[in-house]
Write a protein that binds this ligand. Structure first.
Ligand SMILES: *[C@@H]1O[C@H](CO)[C@@H](O)[C@H](O)[C@H]1NC(C)=O
Ligand SMILES: *[C@@H]1O[C@H](CO)[C@@H](O)[C@H](O)[C@H]1NC(C)=O
Ligand SMILES: *[C@@H]1O[C@H](CO)[C@@H](O)[C@H](O)[C@H]1NC(C)=O
Ligand SMILES: *[C@@H]1O[C@H](CO)[C@@H](O)[C@H](O)[C@H]1NC(C)=O
Ligand SMILES: *[C@@H]1O[C@H](CO)[C@@H](O)[C@H](O)[C@H]1NC(C)=O
Length: 399
């Protein structure tokens, strides 16, 4: 497996590219806060806790930022990164509040939910923030479980992009014993064990038989990985074709089922398009596919085959694993199927030319799918259930 080193290097190179890939929204909290050095600690921890991408992917949001002095009070508590995430997620409100809007609150106060409230970590009514507009223009923020701690005060507006994102400075970190409660670290993901337990044992066995490839998947678990694992039936049916591949071909095929970035079910739905994979090399963007939302179903389309996601096996930032109903075949290793036009009396044209098609996408090839509408809608119902389950909590493992 002399290939392993270049492949690893390639996948590490891709990480840098992948970090910028998932989000195509208008705002970038990291970039906005970078213009305010007195918020560098807050900014750093938004990235370290992965809340920055959470903020970027939301469309109507308010961030309550505290300056470096305020952050040092929080850091002095020596909370774990997971607990810090809960505390900081309390400072991200799921609504747009300009400073003007806060100074005109009807009835003087309002209750806003925070990202912590919807995270699945917040018991009862914790995670709700009471915002009060006092006389003489003072606006305060306090959690429902502040327990006598004084409220934080609005200092100034840092940036407002109506009605997408508002960034406001507040005087101190919001106090919430519930958010500061220790969080049990999630058990580290053992990929092959997880896959084997969830109907992808055959695929897990292929990975176990290729330790160098498995290592690349595992290296990416810490920084962001999405795996599309074909069901046991699909791998079994594919067996003869797999055996036919060279050692390099086998490695590429396995790596083709991993994407070096985290795509939650929500992100997959909203980021339809071109995905590079662990098999993609840095020189040219080969070994890619497109992900599309098709009603309730999400499909993964290579030039050769279209697979449908049948369930979410894991959604635990920064990793996601989805079961798919077919082995993904890259055009770099397999022939693009000829398009069969059932009733068009085609002028006996040269469809077979597509088998050796160039790198450009061709709509005709994109249609070459052996999915029936029936299996798509069945998968759709499946997926809806899986999505509902994953939406119930931002961070869950479907066991
Ligand atoms: C707000 O977000 C929408 C959706 O991403 C985008 O089209 C729009 O340009 C954004 N507005 C601004 C002012 O950036
Ligand atoms: C946001 O901005 C930072 C700093 O400019 C940059 O490193 C990062 O890649 C950007 N993220 C996205 C998703 O564009
Ligand atoms: C928010 O807190 C203030 C002060 O404690 C209280 O008067 C107000 O009723 C609260 N607002 C809401 C909407 O509960
Ligand atoms: C995953 O579990 C298997 C079986 O228990 C073990 O052999 C393997 O070393 C584990 N892998 C990692 C990366 O911990
Ligand atoms: C295996 O490769 C040979 C030679 O390229 C080809 O003729 C045969 O059809 C292939 N078998 C399968 C199952 O793909």
């Amino acid at each position: 497996m002399q290939r392993a080193i270049p492949l690893l290097a390639a996948s590490l190179l891709l990480l840098a590219a992948a970090a910028t890939f998932p989000v195509a929204r208008g705002h970038n909290i990291t970039k906005i806060l970078a213009q305010h050095p007195e918020f560098s600690t807050f900014n750093h921890y938004l990235s370290a806790t992965h809340l920055a991408s959470e903020i970027n992917r939301r469309l109507t949001i308010t961030v309550l930022a505290v300056d470096n002095a305020g952050m040092s009070d929080l850091l002095a508590k020596h909370l774990s990164l997971l607990t810090l995430r809960n505390v900081l997620s309390l400072h991200i409100l799921s609504d747009y509040y300009s400073s003007r809007k806060l100074h005109q609150l009807s009835r003087g106060s309002t209750i806003s939910s925070s990202v912590f409230q919807s995270s699945g970590h917040a018991p009862g009514t914790t995670g709700y923030i009471n915002i009060t507009d006092h006389r003489r223009g003072k606006v305060t923020f306090i959690t429902e479980d502040a327990g006598g701690a004084p409220p934080a005060v609005l200092v100034k507006s840092l940036k407002e992009i109506p009605y997408n994102i508002s960034i406001l400075q507040i005087s101190t970190i919001l106090s919430s014993p519930e958010a500061e409660a220790p969080v049990a670290a999630p058990t580290p993901v053992n990929l092959t064990v997880l896959l084997a337990k969830k109907g992808c044992k055959a695929f897990a066995d292929l990975l176990l038989a290729s330790p160098d490839v498995l290592q690349i998947f595992e290296d990416n678990l810490d920084v962001g990985l999405t795996v599309f694992c074909p069901s046991d039936g699909a791998v079994r049916a594919f067996g003869p074709k797999y055996k036919n591949l060279t050692a390099d071909g086998k490695a590429s095929l396995l790596l083709y089922h991993g994407v070096p970035a985290y795509y939650s079910p929500q992100l997959l739905k909203t980021n339809n398009g071109f995905f590079t994979t662990l098999a993609t090399t840095s020189r040219n963007k080969n070994f890619h596919y497109t992900v599309r939302t098709d009603g309730d179903a999400i499909t993964v389309k290579t030039r050769v085959v279209t697979a449908t996601i049948t369930s979410t096996i894991l959604d635990q930032d920064p990793d996601a694993v989805y079961a798919i109903n077919k082995v993904l075949q890259p055009r770099e290793l397999f022939k693009i199927p000829e398009v069969v036009e059932a009733d068009a009396p085609a002028p006996a044209s040269k469809k077979s030319k597509h088998a050796a098609a160039g790198p450009e996408e061709s709509p005709a090839d994109e249609e070459a799918s052996d999915n029936s509408a029936l299996s798509l809608s069945a998968a759709g119902r499946w997926l809806t259930a899986a999505m509902a389950a994953t939406l119930a909590a931002a961070v869950i493992v479907v066991v």
